[in-house]
Write a protein that binds this ligand. Sequence first.
Ligand code: FAD
Ligand code: FES
Length: 278
Amino acid sequence: MYEILRTEELAPKIKLFEVYAPEIAEKAKPGQFIIVIINEKGERVPLTIAGYDAEKGSITFVFNEVGKTTKQLGLLKEGDSIWNITGPLGNPSEIRNFGKVLCVAGGVMIAPMLLQVRALREAGNTVVTVMGARIKELLFFKDEMKALSHRLYVATDDGSEGYKGLNFLKDVLAEEKFDRCVAMGPVSMLQKVCELTRPYKVPTVVTLMPIMVDGMGMCGVCRVNVGGQMKFGCVDGPEFDGHLVDFDQLIKRQRMFLPEERLSALLWELGGCGCGGK
Ligand SMILES: Cc1cc2nc3c(=O)[nH]c(=O)nc-3n(C[C@H](O)[C@H](O)[C@H](O)COP(=O)(O)OP(=O)(O)OC[C@H]3O[C@@H](n4cnc5c(N)ncnc54)[C@H](O)[C@@H]3O)c2cc1C
Ligand code: FES
């Protein structure tokens, strides 16, 4: 059992949990993820590691309450326990001195990007960060991101704060040379970032979040097409060369269980999923 040491609501339906998991905290690196199982009947939910403290024995993750399991997770409080957490999984991010790095983070993935920005900065890079959300109320960690970045841009889909959308990046990319771009967020955002960086030949690394089950390379559910080759998101990734990713196929695969996911959330909300409301 993994005790929840701290919870914080960062924005509506976006929660941070710090959990006691010393064996994961000791090995975790930026870019890796965990798989959380809430209780003995729970499904497996992959979440990106957003922080770790080996001395305290804790890891931090931030999640969006989008469906049955993440809503269930959001009901847990400090002092409660999570049944199982597996990790760290996936390959760590490549962190070294690239020169000037453009970091683009959207939605809930602003949290793990903060870890990445800190590591890139410590490795000697100049870091320019873009953080975005659908609406201004969903932005969080602005002060923290500003403190760690050499420059910070804020964008929202509706223009309620900062730039409206990501098109402003065309001018930024035309004016200055970047040695690398790192992007984390919804797949539509990753696709857009890759379109923007491609003409300037900026190597662009994206964190993919295909549907996963075991997270260890055994089930094959997390297949993604990268440069015409079949890769497993969990063991070959989760980071890939964004200019080679078949995003259309990824989007289709991410939506493949939508009817079942909606039904599962509905049944749970009605208390009739056969799990006794668990
Ligand atoms: C490597 C990786 C890292 C992730 N990191 C984060 C994170 O840091 N914070 C966060 O909020 N979310 C993260 N996700 C997405 C998170 O796993 C899903 O939001 C969660 O599984 C949804 O479960 P649900 O039952 O609440 O919703 P559901 O209603 O079951 O699903 C909602 C949507 O989430 C996606 N999803 C569902 N099941 C899975 C699954 N087993 N694996 C991957 N995606 C799934 C699908 O696109 C689906 O349409 C990550 C996913 C992956 C693969
Ligand atoms: S999640 Fe099973 S192979 Fe990747």
